[in-house]
Structures are given as structure tokens and as C-alpha cells.
Design a protein around this ligand. Structure first.
Ligand code: NBP
Length: 484
């Protein structure tokens, strides 16, 4: 065989990735799809790519140089397992199977373990950037063994997006590390999108500006510290006019947000790791709330602030100042969301034994992926200065930003509460920030309650040991066995 890389699964993502690979000097790409039609279509449409089509797994293996390297781009789940089973049948020890689908990282850990037994390398790789990214340069988050990275590294570097001269790919860590990081990327994306949506809603309801006028606000924001792909496309979506009705498209779209589950995975995983990713959770739940029209229908008559007090809360004498406050609230909440997301990666790495360079992760998200932004450079710098930084938002740059933003942030949360405009991600981010800052938390009371009903014991601030109060007896305190 003479192809140096193969792609299995030629739907939109696989086709685009195969074309991207073929367009790079030195690559010859073998392609295979379960149903023949997609292969014929791709190969027919792109003679310039010099694809080597295969119509069986045997052909496919035969067309590849050793070590054989194949990227799977099929529907995540059972399809991935089915393809892996076939590849194991025709591949040999030392070959490399890469899963570029959106797999749950625990599936990747399981698959890596099973495939490794055969002597074949298995790499779970997060791919970000959608169809466009796959074709022109995605952000790539491969896990797997060091051995496979030696072969894969140069190929992946050649197709990844480039940010400030650097390819957006790094060997994230072993087994499921790549898919874990891709999952958290998607969780952060949910939070980013929700924060932008809350900012839009407050501006619209607070100032009465039209979507097109708000598009100008976002375009302006995109020239400052909020510069990012998501802010940029927000302006474009808001400017879009519906051809059929002549209304802003955003007013014609049904207000129920869909989700494919990666936000929920991020939150579920954070819950089991004990990491408070409240911004991502609120963003995920906000989509859920929007998607229950029957609940929203019966709730419409619930009391809110009177029109008068809502108007008073929103009373905006200086529109520009109001918009600037919202911009600052958005920036502060965004810092919280990223800080929480990186906290989840840190905790996941500790739990699963991965060595993840957090600064490198921020760096490879600067290009190709949906959350690409200038801002990520600040995260790379923060971890470069302090690799073991326990809370990202305590890095000096972010402290400065939060110091500038916090008064406005509080105002915006207060205004939204008084006006009856939901801002769950803004307000939960602020609560997280104040929770971290607090000298004392009411967690002490919770420990007292737990000790009362379940003898769960507590620690004291003034001496070592574990204690229990005899709540149903004479209420004296005894030293207890540490139950934790
Ligand atoms: P789909 O997720 O729609 O999957 C379609 C592909 O899976 C087709 O090639 C199909 O073959 C193949 N397939 C199925 Br379904 N069952 C199979 C089986 N049992 N055995 C072999 N092949 C099977 O494609 P996509 O939207 O291109 O996404 C591919 C992967 O990339 C997914 O895991 C997705 O989550 C991930 N991803 C997508 C994006 C994005 O923006 N869309 C971004 C990042 C990652 P057939 O032609 O014979 O039916």
C-alpha cells in the first residue's frame, strides 16, 4: 500500500477531513465508507485529491503503508465500536486507529484498553471546528500513547488550524484525555453562547435597540477584549433579515435551543469530580428550560415585576453606559466560565492520571475551534507564569479585569433580577465569584445540619480532630472517628 493515512466514514466531517489531508504535501489518503455511494461521490467530486478508494476493510488495510494509520469519522457510539472491530481484524500490531468522532471520554478509555491488548494503538481525538474546520483547519485534541503521537504528530500538525504561527494541535495526554478536553471545550462553548445571548436580551429589552443595531454593538465588542469567533458570528446572525417576512431572522426562529449532549456530559462529569462548573451547568439548563414549551405556556401567567417597576429597573438614561456595563458583565462571567472549565480539566487530569499542560490547551483553542478568541492567550500566559495555578481567575490579568468589571457586573445582575429578565449565567457566575471570595461560607451550618441528622461529624476551626455533638442526648461534643 502507498497511502500514508486513511479515513473511515465519509459523511460531511470525514469527507472534509480527508480533503484537508489530501491537500497537504506528502499525503496520500485512503478512504472507506460503509455504504459505497459516499465513497464514489467523494472520489468523483475531487479528482485533484488523488484519493485511494477502498470498498472493503481488507482493501483499505492493503492500501495503507505501515504503520497503518486510520482516522474514524463515524456517528459516535455503536458505529465507532463496529468500525474498530473491523479495523482490528485487518490491522497489525503497531498500527494506529484514531477515533475523531465525538466520543464520551470514558468510552475512549474503554476502547483504548481493549485495542491495546491487540498491540494496535488507539487514539481518541477531539476534533473541533465543525465542517468548515475539518476542511480548512480544525483544532485537534488527540489522546493516546506517546508511540502513536510520533507517527501522528506530523500529519496532524499539517492539517490543523494555525494560530499565530503555531498549529492548533498537541498531544493532550493518554487514553481519553483528548476527548475529555474536547468535552470541556464544548461545555465552555455552551457557557460562552448563553452569556452572549443574555447580553443580547438585556440590551434589547433594556434599550429597545433592534437586532441590527445590536449587531453593531457586537461588531464593536469584537474589536476589543471580547474579540472571538462567537461574538463575530453573533453580529452576523443578528443582522440577518428573513427573506420571507422581512423581519429580523432571530425573531422568526423558534426560541427553543437544541443540544447534542456534550454540555450535559461536561456537567455530569463535573458533578462526579466535584467541580463547580455552575456557568456551564446554567447554560445547559437554560437550553433545557427553553425547550419545554408546555411548561413555559402554563407559566406565562406567573407574576413578575409590574411594568412600572420593570421599566424603572431598566431605566437607562445613558444607553452607552448601560451597554458598557453589560459588556463588562459578559467579560467577567466569561472569565468565570473558562476558569471553571479549566478547573474541570485539572480535576479530570488528577483523577485519570493525565499530564495535561493547561496553557497548551488554551493555545490550541486559539484557532479552528468554536471558542477561538484572543482571550485564550491570557490563559496560556497565566499558566506559563504559574503552572500549578489553583484557580485561573486569580491570575493577575484576570484579577485586573474582574476589578474593572465587578461593580458593573453586580449592577447588571441586580437590574436583570428587578426587571424580571432571566440572566442565569451572569448571576450564577457572580455567585460563584462571591463564593470563592467569601471569608466564611454557610457551609459550616450545613456541616452542623449533617451532624444533627446523620452524625456525619465536623471539624473545628480551633483544634485538630473530628467531632460530633450528641444532638439527641445532652448535646455535649465528643471526639469522633473520622468517617471520611
Ligand atoms: P454522522 O455523525 O452523521 O455519521 C455518519 C457516518 O457514520 C457515515 O459515514 C455512516 O456511514 C457512518 N456509520 C454509521 Br451512521 N453507522 C455505521 C456503522 N455501523 N458502521 C460503519 N459506519 C457507520 O457524520 P458527521 O456529521 O460527519 O460526524 C462524524 C463524527 O464527527 C461524529 O462522531 C460527530 O459527532 C463528530 N463531529 C462532528 C462535528 C460536526 O460539526 N458535525 C464536529 C466535530 C466532531 P453510511 O454512509 O454508510 O451511513
Amino acid at each position: 500500500g502507498h497511502a500514508n493515512i486513511g479515513v473511515v466514514g465519509l459523511a460531511v466531517m470525514g469527507s472534509n477531513l480527508a480533503r484537508n489531508l489530501a491537500s497537504r504535501e506528502g499525503n496520500t489518503v485512503a478512504v472507506l465508507n460503509r455504504s459505497r455511494s459516499k465513497t464514489d461521490e467523494l472520489v468523483g467530486a475531487h479528482p485533484e485529491a488523488g484519493f485511494v478508494p477502498a470498498f472493503s476493510y481488507e482493501d483499505f488495510a492493503g492500501s495503507l503503508q505501515r504503520p497503518r494509520t486510520a482516522i474514524i469519522m463515524v456517528k459516535a457510539g455503536g458505529a465507532t465500536d463496529a468500525v474498530i472491530e473491523e479495523l482490528i481484524r485487518v490491522f497489525e500490531p503497531g498500527d494506529i486507529i484514531v477515533d475523531g468522532g465525538n466520543a464520551l471520554f470514558t468510552d475512549t478509555i474503554r476502547r483504548e484498553k481493549a485495542v491495546r491488548e491487540t498491540g494496535i494503538n488507539f487514539v481518541g481525538m477531539g476534533v473541533s471546528g465543525g465542517e468548515e474546520g475539518a476542511l480548512n483547519g480544525p483544532s485537534l485534541m488527540p489522546g493516546g500513547s506517546d508511540e502513536s503521537w510520533t507517527t501522528l504528530g506530523p500529519i496532524l500538525r499539517s492539517i490543523a488550524a494555525v494560530a499565530e504561527g503555531e498549529p492548533c494541535v498537541t498531544h493532550v495526554g493518554h487514553d481519553g484525555a483528548g476527548h475529555f478536553v474536547k468535552m470541556v471545550h464544548n461545555g465552555i462553548e455552551y457557557a460562552d453562547m448563553q452569556l452572549i445571548a443574555e447580553a443580547y436580551d438585556l440590551i434589547r429589552r433594556g434599550t429597545g435597540k433592534s437586532p441590527a443595531e445590536i449587531a453593531d454593538v457586537f461588531a464593536e465588542w469584537n474589536r476589543g477584549e471580547l474579540e472571538s469567533y462567537l461574538i463575530e458570528i453573533t453580529a452576523e446572525v443578528l443582522r440577518q433579515v428573513d427573506a420571507e417576512t422581512g423581519r429580523p431572522l432571530v425573531d422568526v426562529i423558534v426560541d427553543q435551543a437544541g443540544a447534542k449532549g456534550t454540555g450535559a456530559w461536561t456537567v455530569q462529569t463535573a458533578l462526579s469530580l466535584g467541580v463547580p462548573v455552575s456557568g456551564i451547568a446554567e447554560a445547559t439548563f437554560a437550553r433545557s428550560l427553553s425547550s419545554h414549551p408546555e411548561q413555559r405556556e402554563v407559566s406565562r401567567a406567573l407574576p413578575g415585576p409590574s411594568a412600572e417597576s420593570a421599566a424603572q429597573a431598566l431605566q437607562v438614561d445613558d444607553v452607552d453606559a448601560f451597554i458598557e456595563k453589560i459588556r463588562l458583565a459578559l467579560y467577567a462571567s466569561k472569565i468565570v466560565a473558562y476558569s471553571q472549565g479549566f478547573d474541570e480539566i485539572r480535576a479530570g487530569a488528577a483523577e485519570y492520571g493525565w499530564h495535561i499542560d493547561l496553557g497548551r490547551i488554551a493555545a490550541i483553542w486559539r484557532g479552528g475551534c468554536i471558542i477561538r478568541a484572543q482571550f485564550l492567550n491570557r490563559i496560556t500566559e497565566a499558566y506559563a507564569a504559574t503552572p500549578e495555578l489553583p484557580v485561573l481567575l486569580t491570575a493577575p490579568y484576570f484579577v485586573d479585569a474582574l476589578t474593572r468589571a465587578q461593580a458593573a457586573w453586580r449592577d447588571v445582575v441586580a437590574i436583570s433580577a428587578r426587571a424580571g429578565i432571566p440572566a442565569p449565567a451572569f448571576s450564577s457566575s457572580l455567585a460563584y465569584y462571591d463564593g470563592l471570595r467569601a471569608e466564611r461560607l454557610p457551609a459550616a451550618l450545613i456541616q452542623g445540619q449533617r451532624d444533627f441528622f446523620g452524625a456525619h461529624t465536623y471539624k473545628r476551626i480551633d483544634k485538630a480532630g473530628t467531632f460530633h455533638t450528641l444532638w439527641s442526648g445532652d448535646r455535649t461534643e465528643i471526639e469522633a472517628e473520622d468517617t471520611h
